[in-house]
Design a protein around this ligand. Structure first.
Ligand SMILES: Nc1ncnc2c1ncn2[C@@H]1O[C@H](COP(=O)(O)OP(=O)(O)OP(=O)(O)O)[C@@H](O)[C@H]1O
Length: 233
């Protein structure tokens, strides 16, 4: 289906030969926002890793953007990564170069050659996350929230149809976390980009309601934030 940006069907998720999640069925449409929740060790990161090609999909079916995960070869992983934006808890910026050079590095590594186009795209994504004036700063000169904004800008460089975010607010204070959530929600709306975000942070889920995919006891359960709070309160 054209509007399905991500799906898993009867998928089993393994770490080495340990079965982490069984019979996973999920689907995300273009522009959708869903949380991936569950206790520590319940399999959220493992699930995301399968989706960005860091773990193989050994059993079941799955696809991300227009790439089939079952037949994905190692040599095709860079193609998959180019179609995705990935955001991590610890930002993962290159610490030895400026914000601008971090972004240029990714554009060049993903095949961009035209200097003018590269410069323009860097400006565009930095402006879109409110970091237009910070391009000459080194990562260590930025706050955690600013570093995460740059990491989000980096994720946007190649116009992804899907962003996978693994605890993107995990290292941030509540106020900064709210700002990052507003940014991610706006990106999802404006760019019609689907976002799957792993989080532990229930106050975030309460403030920004969305569908939830919960990992528990080796399985996943679909719901939404409201149900979650009815059950918990
Ligand atoms: N590299 C690995 N090798 C073997 N087992 C692993 C590896 N990484 C994770 N696991 C195991 O897989 C299970 C799921 O871990 P995972 O990191 O996916 O959980 P999580 O829900 O993302 O946890 P957290 O919220 O703490 O990040 C855990 O039992 C963990 O010990």
């Amino acid at each position: 289906m054209r509007d399905t940006i991500l799906y898993l069907k009867n998928a089993n998720i393994y770490q080495k030969n340990l079965l982490i999640l069984s019979n996973v069925n999920l689907k995300l449409e273009r522009g959708a926002f869903s949380y991936l929740i569950g206790k520590t060790g319940s399999g959220k990161s493992s699930l995301l890793k399968v989706l960005y090609g860091d773990l193989p999909l050994l059993e079941g079916e799955g696809g991300v953007v227009d790439i089939d995960l079952v037949s994905l070869k190692n040599s095709e992983i860079p193609i998959l990564r180019r179609k995705l934006g990935i955001v991590f808890q610890d930002f993962q910026l290159l610490t030895d170069r400026t914000v601008e050079k971090n972004l240029i590095f990714v554009l060049k590594a993903t095949g961009w050659k035209d200097k003018f186009a590269i410069g323009e795209r860097v400006e565009e994504v930095l402006d879109s996350v409110g970091m237009g004036t910070k391009k000459h700063k080194m990562p260590h000169e930025l706050s955690g929230g600013e570093q995460q904004r740059v990491a989000i800008a980096r994720a946007l460089l190649n116009h992804p149809a899907l962003i996978l975010a693994d605890e993107p607010t995990g290292n941030l204070d509540p106020e900064t976390s709210n700002e990052i959530m507003i940014l991610l929600k706006n990106i999802s709306k404006k760019n019609h980009c689907a976002i799957l975000m792993a989080t532990h942070d229930y106050s975030m889920i309460k403030n920004f309601p969305a569908k939830t995919i919960k990992c528990e006891d080796g399985k996943i359960f679909h719901g939404d934030s409201e149900e979650l709070f009815v059950i918990n309160e």
